[in-house]
Design a protein around this ligand. Structure first.
Ligand code: HEC
Length: 123
């Protein structure tokens, strides 16, 4: 009887610890997960799985889609905000800029931050 009580007690204890852990996942972890998700859905098709970019078929020295791994988190952040502003003001100068500007259409500042945090982890 006593043994069963101890088993029950430890089960309750383990479950409480689990609940505590699940409730307190740091926001940086969720932000990274979020960034990974957005990248996969909205960026990967052009910039590649590892943000390595895509070269032009006819002229492989040049990129069709820029690699992103060389950029710092701050540079990514600023770049994305710039393209978003470009989209909002419809102020792109060519088709290439327009393509990237449009890609920021569905983002907000939190998503842009999460993306910048995620992309630097692809290095
Ligand atoms: C339709 C294809 C396409 C998609 C989708 C796309 N991009 Fe781009 N991206 C481009 C092109 C093309 C450029 C180069 C634009 C230029 O020369 O101004 C670019 C440039 C960039 C740059 C600047 C690179 C540099 O060296 O300055 C960043 C940062 C960037 N993209 C991030 C992203 C992120 C993050 C996403 C997902 C939200 C994304 N892109 C989705 C096509 C795309």
């Amino acid at each position: 009887m006593k043994k069963l009580f101890i088993k029950l007690l430890s089960a309750v204890f383990i479950l409480s610890v689990l609940a505590l852990l699940l409730g307190t996942v740091p926001s940086s972890v969720t932000a990274a997960a979020d960034g990974a998700q957005i990248y996969k859905k909205q960026c990967k098709k052009c910039h590649g799985k590892k943000a390595e970019g895509k070269r032009q078929k006819k002229n492989p020295e040049k990129y069709k889609y820029a690699p992103l791994i060389k950029l710092s988190q701050q540079e990514l952040l600023e770049s994305l905000l710039k393209y978003q502003q470009m989209w909002n003001k419809k102020s792109w100068e060519n088709k290439i800029e327009k393509k990237m500007a449009k890609a920021t259409k569905k983002l907000d500042e939190a998503k842009i931050k999460a993306l910048s945090e995620f992309i630097v982890t692809l290095k």
